[in-house]
Write a protein that binds this ligand. Sequence first.
Ligand SMILES: *[C@@H]1O[C@H](CO)[C@@H](O)[C@H](O)[C@H]1NC(C)=O
Ligand SMILES: *[C@@H]1O[C@H](CO)[C@@H](O)[C@H](O)[C@H]1NC(C)=O
Length: 492
Amino acid sequence: MVSSSNILSRAAVAALALSNVATAFWRMPCHGRTGLARIDPLVDTGEISDHAHAIHGGSNFGFTASYDDLMASDCTSCSVKEDKSAYWTPSLHFMYANGTTVVVPQVGGMLSYYLLYGENVKAFPAGFRMLAGDGRLRNFSWPVPDPPKSNWSPEESTQFALSQKALGFNCLNYKAEAEPTLYRHFMPDKKYLDANCADGLRLELFFPSCWNGKDLDTRDHKSHMAYSSLVIDGDCPSGFETRLPSLLYETIWATQAFVGAEGQFVLSNGDPTGYGYHGDFINAWDIDFLQRAVDTCTNPSGRIEDCPLFTIQDDSESNSCKFKMPKKLKDEDCAGPADGLCGNVPIQSGPDYASHLKAGKTESPSLSELPSSTVAPTLVPTLSYTSGGVSVTDSQGGGIVVPAAAATVRVADEAAAPIITAPAMYEADVEDSPKDGKSRSTSRYTSDGAEYHVVIEEEVVTVTATTTTTPHYKRSRHIHHRRSHGQGLKVL
Ligand SMILES: *[C@@H]1O[C@H](CO)[C@@H](O)[C@H](O)[C@H]1NC(C)=O
Ligand SMILES: *[C@@H]1O[C@H](CO)[C@@H](O)[C@H](O)[C@H]1NC(C)=O
């Protein structure tokens, strides 16, 4: 048995050996949802939003929530008491063939990763707000999965292309190989979900992290920010040299609850394709505190428990934190069952850009106001999808992975450890082993189609390299009884 500081330093070695990019991060669980409502203080300030959102974070959320309002929140639905920020995304709904909709059960609230890519990362300033994604988009311009990043043409690297690649729809099946983050940029159709995604669908949204250094917000809530050249890593474009923490939202929806039911999944903004997925952020941290966290909470485990600055609350506190529902919305139930979507949002499948839905309305626009391609409800055409993974039948039956010799590198043997030269994506899980009660942490990097797993188990540090293109590597698998990203919730 080694001391915990020894474990941590070994973990740090593993991260350094694996990557030449900054990979410090923490993963903020927001297990409670403060509400589900047509409120969006960023885009529809002071008005009823045209569509519903799943909302997390500080309790002083409302039609006009500002930095000061949120900072004065009585509570937060996130696990760190110092974080009163607001995080919100459209909710996912199931529409039965007869037009009745219900909200899909959300699993474990959401996670917001604070990834510290780039040099000299600055805390979000007071009053900082931003939007990622485009709610009206219904078309995707590029191949899926992404070609290797080193091959991206200038056209594939425009801000528009990068912002489309910043969306992910991760098919969850904990018995199979996990898909990489931001692997697929559209929502699979129901047939695909029913057949493959036994544990639901994880919606992912990566926010831009390159700031123009002056504007706290802009008219479109986007122009003060830019994506770095490779979405997650890479360089900031000129004029946007200030690096802020890179936010990645993950929200899991239990789509498997609808296996066998006739109908389709649709986002609350009337989007059955996923291209119009988006999310919003209003910073509400004390800025000096956040800067200290950025500078010191660099443990590669990503666990908030490993940052000594944070005051951590338990899930019962997070779950009991709710915002006060405004009077205007107190009779509206966006969870359903209801006839159609909350706010009577029409389904628009594209590929044309969806029509603008007006805020402040309680009724939908009449169909004559909408482009002719809009029909509600309508079923999504089947989207072609090819798995980038190699299918490998797991024979290890759960527990910690002992990978094949060819793919195993002891961290002690640093020279042999793979060096990721391309930017890495990060995913980390912490499991309490069902078998021996030991605590383990697994980090997963994805880079150019290759996956790198770092498993930290007490004094044993094992690095596993696997690849989707060289099948002689045996792929490691996630632990069968794992907690999904530490969310600790399993949908039955
Ligand atoms: C529509 O179908 C669903 C599933 O069968 C059912 O639960 C719901 O009550 C139906 N709605 C109406 C208005 O009949
Ligand atoms: C959808 O995207 C493709 C690829 O960029 C483009 O050729 C096509 O015109 C777009 N369709 C619409 C309706 O915008």
